[in-house]
Design a protein around this ligand. Sequence first.
Ligand code: HEC
Ligand code: HEC
Ligand code: HEC
Ligand code: HEC
Length: 251
Amino acid sequence: MEGCPKIYLTSNTIARGSGWVVTEALNAEFIIQEETATHPLPRAGTDLISWISEEVNMKLFTLFALIGLSLLLLSSASQINCDVSAQDAKKPPETIILAKESKLGQVTFHHLDHITKNRSADGTKPIACVECHHTAQPAAEALKHPPHKTVWPADRTTTLTAELLEKDPTAPAVNICTDCHARAETKPKLLPEIPKLKFEGSDEPTILTNQQAFHRNCGACHDAVVKARPDLTPPPPTSKKCVACHKKIAA
Ligand code: HEC
Ligand code: HEC
Ligand code: HEC
Ligand code: HEC
């Protein structure tokens, strides 16, 4: 693992924490989480791709490990002399900024809190990864929760858990929702078209865009939380409380 920079790459999310965030570098975002006096991180405006290759080529890094690989890095992996099995330290992101393109404002989602705290509707247990990442389980499991049937990849045999992600380097990558639930009028990355479902009480199938998928997933649970636990303060943002989730960032 020596000679590898410690760089977390995710396909389109940003994590926070002690993170240093660079956005929009060739569709990938780079989250760099460690800085020491001898290994300073690049500053805003740095061309990250050159920075990485320079740093690596100059062998400045000895204690950093390469954690995630994007296609981008895979293509330059030949220059980077490091062990891809270093993927074993994969952790779910702490905080994710969603809805970056929404006119109403972006949504700050505390991913880790939703995993580690008792955030089921009744507040008695944590939320299973697959309650949100519903395609990250074997097809036979998904079918137990109609209307779900699609899984990714189609022949997967494992169910996403924090442990699987951390310990099994062969586990399939976690797909982000928008890989399938793309924005209206756009083609999703993984499917020929945005999935559609006919919901009870409606004649027409609903196109499960990002907006539909997130509002149904996030909003439905929050509505159930408020029903089950009316005294919870502050209450989670329910479906109608648009700007409890969407916040304009001060310019
Ligand atoms: C309450 C819903 C919810 C739960 C529960 C949840 N996640 Fe997530 N997760 C998300 C959302 C939303 C994203 C960001 C998707 C996007 O950017 O479109 C995400 C992103 C991720 C990513 C980053 C994927 C990428 O390439 O950017 C990983 C890894 C991940 N989750 C792992 C897990 C694991 C492991 C668990 C269970 C321990 C879990 N998640 C539980 C909603 C959830
Ligand atoms: C690999 C593609 C894919 C990914 C990734 C994916 N979905 Fe879906 N989603 C689908 C498909 C297809 C359906 C329609 C039902 C089916 O075929 O399983 C669906 C249905 C849904 C539904 C409607 C069904 C219901 O339970 O009400 C919601 C909500 C939803 N997805 C939310 C999400 C969220 C949130 C994420 C990310 C955490 C996500 N999906 C990731 C493909 C995907
Ligand atoms: C299965 C249930 C469940 C799902 C699914 C869920 N949440 Fe939550 N969420 C909760 C609960 C419970 C709380 C309140 C926790 C508390 O205050 O004790 C909460 C709180 C929040 C809060 C306010 C507090 C905080 O964490 O900052 C935001 C914002 C939020 N959720 C966003 C989201 C988004 C965005 C999604 C979808 C990607 C989502 N949630 C999906 C259960 C859920
Ligand atoms: C529980 C949190 C939450 C609440 C409440 C909520 N939203 Fe959203 N909204 C989201 C998330 C998360 C996304 C999709 C994120 C993504 O694609 O990254 C989204 C997406 C959208 C989009 C699509 C943005 C785009 O162009 O891609 C619109 C429009 C929107 N919301 C409007 C609303 C309105 C109007 C309300 C109130 C009726 C509302 N939202 C309530 C979390 C929320």
